[in-house]
Design a protein around this ligand. Sequence first.
Ligand code: SAM
Ligand code: SF4
Length: 453
Amino acid sequence: MKDSELVARYDGRVPRYTSYPTAPYFSAAVDSETYSAWLGALSPDAPLSLYIHVPFCDRLCLYCGCNTSVVRHEQPRRDYAHLLGLEINMLADQLGHRAAVSHVHWGGGTPTCLPNDCLTGIMDLIRRRFAVRADAEIAIEIDPTSFTPDKADALTLMGVNRASLGVQDFDEKVQTAIGRMQSYEETQACADKLRAVGIHAINLDLIYGLPHQTVASVVRTAQQALALQAGRIAVFGYAHVPWMKRHQALIKDAWLPDAPARFAQMQAIAGVLEGEGGYVPVGLDHYAQPDDAMAVALRDKSLHRSFQGYTTDAAPTLLAVGASSIGSLPQGYVQNATSVPAYATAIMAGRFATVRGVALTAEDILRRIVIEKIMCDLHVDLAEVAQSMGADAVDLLTAADNLLPMCHDGLVTWDGLRLSVTERGRPFVRNVAAVFDAYLNTDDAAPKYARAV
Ligand SMILES: C[S@@+](CC[C@H](N)C(=O)[O-])C[C@H]1O[C@@H](n2cnc3c(N)ncnc32)[C@H](O)[C@@H]1O
Ligand code: SF4
């Protein structure tokens, strides 16, 4: 079957499975009281991860799908940092013990928007209230265009040891259309500066499917990205959701590549990264140098998927701090109020800002493992997973008929109860995972998710 036929058949709107159940199925039944109870019940021995969300940027990129806004003055940034500190203290108080922390991820927005003393102050507070392990990963997302040398010093004081640099595309015509001018030189200067202060683990983000991109232009960008020698490169498909992100309406539909063109761009980038670059493909959208911890985790089958995408972090609990952030506990998921004022009102009143979430059932947990294995390993042994949970694999097969066309199209192989996604099927791994999603109703899912390819 030709690529264009495959794309036409499978380019539905399916979740990215950074959680299961996925966020549209969270409800207000899970609130701050539920969250308090869940926190209080966590085992003192269980390691944690922390996610700190900073929803501010110096400017708004037109393609941006993140939860962020432009905040120019320093005082609101300081006020927000104060709230983060209050929430961190509330979490530690509620846990009642100084929990071990294996990962801290600062995301956004652009976390480096916070004043330097706020960044270092929050990190100091985290270290006082939690037992951050000596080998913990402390990661932060960086916009190279707003990165100043003093920030690098603050990151060193914080103990940051991994930085993700947003690139998207180096082509000027594309950059003009997406409202993000960023030269190769300033990206390189940012990576050099980080390495000079001892932050050697560098990730890059690229996007395909942006206005005016072509196979030739994305190949040039991918080749330039190779020269930056990042340990990991994420390659996202542009999610055009103007009904949710109104500023994206400034990107005209007519400028956007169609589905077969997006697919060709994605394949062309993969060709450069895997071919010339020697990167290992990881799951749906990541590439790692063979000696990077993510490639090692892939080989060890210890890769995980969380709201930050693919991760080497194995902690069973992710506590999320800040407006809109989503946490994951053994009992279920919790999401904070999306708007900063609503978040501030709750935190200032001394209660968690949880507004929605979902309590996991035994079936959810079983399906979550299956979906995570498909998304990470591109393989799952249903009998093994079911047995580990004391369940019957047959219960997982309610929608298994949907796998038959995928087998026929060469996207999966299906041997008894062992399912493997083929290389041809890798771009459609979300569709394969969706077969095991008991909530997904393809009729009502259409407006909620970006396209599959
Ligand atoms: C929070 S942002 C990154 C950090 C930083 N603010 C920056 O822009 O460089 C995380 C990444 O999400 C990706 N992203 C943002 N909006 C997107 C969209 N609409 N579709 C696909 N990827 C998107 C970009 O690759 C971006 O680098
Ligand atoms: S892409 Fe990054 S810098 Fe641009 S608006 Fe989104 S979060 Fe801010």
